[in-house]
Design a protein around this ligand. Sequence first.
Ligand SMILES: [Zn+2]
Length: 116
Amino acid sequence: METARPLEACGLLIGTMTSSEHVVIRIAPIENLASGEGAFELEPSAWHRAELAAREEGLAVLGVWHSHPKTSAEPSARDLTGAQAGWSHLICAAKGESAFRSYYSLAGELLEQELH
Ligand SMILES: [Zn+2]
């Protein structure tokens, strides 16, 4: 994450899922193609490779993580519109009282998830 500052760092959350939980086993860093601050766009071929590698291990892509180098871990308006349904969206913030917060995308809303 440090190397990407002040731009956002991003990647995929890889793991397993149960009916009620996403269990993240590892994170895959993916290059951010977005040029401006406050945005991220996963590089598609690295995304594809990470997804294939996960499947070979019997794992799945559970969602996406990205950093907020200048703001708290609240999702931005852009995070909400860009959210993928059924995915977990983990935000790592450099500011704010809670450095890591995660949100599940359901019916156009981001619902905060419990992290443990
Ligand atoms: Zn964001």
